[in-house]
Design a protein around this ligand. Structure first.
Ligand SMILES: Nc1ncnc2c1ncn2[C@@H]1O[C@H](COP(=O)(O)OP(=O)(O)OP(=O)(O)O)[C@@H](O)[C@H]1O
Ligand SMILES: [Mg+2]
Length: 190
């Protein structure tokens, strides 16, 4: 996973971080692309997030997830984690129920994000980080769920106060998965 947010002091990429922060603040979606190991995850964890959290006057609420084998479960868990102190079966039930609600449209992602933002000051913004976006194509099992996940994320990116959806996608000349069309992308290179 590279550096974590608490390793920010170790990280010496002020200029790229400034550019990325400016990009994310102004664009509804940002795709962070770069070859594997180029420092995408570290840039987000040690550069982007600490810089956003240090912004005066705006609370940035970060939601981070990896799609993994079950992207709708990952999404449900990121927005509505299972309660602590209950058994594993109950936790899985909670996640599966959340994923089922997102799958069949009983609950929308905008609604979920809105309920999070409603607990924060009016000026608060949400940044959703989907790291390892390519797992949608390398790990996820159900094609319908992948399509639904992508649709939910794109819809969320258009919501007010959700300024940025950052996707950390490795690219190579032989990329076997379709990279999503994204209005702007930001290239990590070191
Ligand atoms: N600015 C930096 N200086 C030194 N080392 C760094 C820097 N950025 C990242 N690294 C190191 O490089 C390695 C790869 O970084 P990271 O995991 O962030 O890359 P990535 O682009 O997310 O890779 P992947 O596509 O495989 O997920 C890690 O071990 C990390 O600690
Ligand atoms: Mg990474």
């Amino acid at each position: 996973m590279g550096f974590r947010e608490e390793d920010a002091a170790l990280f010496g990429r002020e200029a790229p971080v400034r550019r990325l922060v400016a990009e994310v603040r102004h664009a509804p979606q940002t795709a962070l692309v770069g070859r594997s190991g180029s420092g995408k995850s570290s840039l987000v964890q040690t550069g982007l997030l600490p810089a956003l959290h240090a912004t005066r006057g705006t609370v940035w609420h970060a939601v981070t997830l990896r799609p993994g084998a079950d992207p709708l479960v990952a999404l449900a868990g990121a927005f509505d984690p299972p309660p602590e102190g209950v058994g594993r079966i109950r936790q899985l039930e909670h996640l599966n129920e959340g994923a089922a609600c997102l799958r069949d449209g009983r609950v929308g992602l905008r609604q979920l994000a809105g309920s999070v933002l409603a607990t924060l000051p009016e000026s608060a913004r949400m940044v959703l980080i989907v790291d390892q976006w390519e797992e949608l194509y390398t790990q996820a099992g159900r094609g319908d769920d992948v399509a639904r996940f992508v649709a939910l994320i794109l819809e969320l990116a258009e919501a007010e106060r959700v300024h940025a959806v950052s996707r950390c996608v490795p690219i190579s000349t032989t990329t076997p998965w379709p990279t999503l069309a994204c209005p702007r992308s930001w290239k990590a290179a070191r």
